[in-house]
Design a protein around this ligand. Sequence first.
Ligand SMILES: COc1ccc(Cl)c(-c2nnc3c(C)nc4ccc(C(=O)NCC(C)C)cc4n23)c1
Ligand SMILES: [Mg+2]
Ligand SMILES: [Zn+2]
Length: 344
Amino acid sequence: YHMKVNACDVINVLICGKSHHHPRYLEFRFSPREIPYGETVCFVVKMYEDLNLINAFRIKKDLLVRFLLLVQKAYRDPPYHNWTHAFSTAHFSYLCIKNFDLLEKNYLTDLEALALITSCLCHDIDHRGTTNSFQIQSNSLLASLYSSEGSVMEHHHLSQTLCILNTTDCNFIESLEQSDYVKCLDLIRDLILATDLATHFDLLPKQQEMAERGIDLESDKDKSLFLSLLMTASDLSDQTKECGVVRSVAELIYTEFFTQGDMEKNMGRKPMEMMDREKASIADSQVDFLEHVCVPVFTVLANLFPGASVLLETMEANTEYWEVSKQVFGKYALEGKTSLEVLT
Ligand SMILES: COc1ccc(Cl)c(-c2nnc3c(C)nc4ccc(C(=O)NCC(C)C)cc4n23)c1
Ligand SMILES: [Mg+2]
Ligand SMILES: [Zn+2]
């Protein structure tokens, strides 16, 4: 039942000449959010090509393009959890592979890189801009389908991904050896399910322990912990960009959060403080999120790859940005502005 993709769309992407060898495109400080929506699928194809995945797995480009266009269409348009977020998530994984030489240094196999990029692109498909607990509290269809498994939204993102792969002329991994094909689907499943923050909190201590003793590339467990770390780091990668990006992303996230808070109030429920537009303090909760969620992830990454320490420095600067803006919010709050108004 997925929307059809017409031949013209596919050809437009195949002929798009945009050279992605834009030097800034390979820098951690470059924000993929700058790339126009209409050019993103073309950039994704260039990423698969640049990582030699097309050759390594004899991928038919027209199948890949049809798959990518359907994935792009399968995203709704909430303020934050849309295709642009998926594209920027995949771009960060691509930056890690390129800047940390993950393929040349055998941290990742070709198959793992293929599954990682594809999982980033698909990890939030059909997101409605509401949380797992909202699905359960509102007795949504997705909760009835998946609440017994936990990670309600992530199971839905995975099932939508598999549906698209099973759509005519979209199964771009059909050319993989049978064992690679099965392994690729297993990896996509594990990686999309790993993007549930609750799962991440379970894995983090094991990832910290792994980074301290050094990753064992022969250990499947270590490789799985490493791939999950890359997924979460990529999912949070907006926080590694300069404060202008961080501020505009916060505006998108809190627009989503406050909409959910309004819906919860209309359902007679009390929203979390960070989702209540009357009570939330964006600066405080962003300092909290950076310190307790983002910094620990990128600290593990920097333990594994010294080149990632610049990302931590940017996060410290962004924490400082929110600390300073507390004074500003404080002043406006006295004038009765809500925290979102101050951001805009
Ligand atoms: C990696 O998976 C996810 C899933 C969903 C979201 Cl929205 C995010 C995410 N991506 N960027 C942000 C920013 C800038 N601020 C956030 C503030 C709070 C929370 C949140 O979920 N707090 C609940 C607490 C139990 C951790 C998430 C935030 N977030 C990441
Ligand atoms: Mg998600
Ligand atoms: Zn996400």
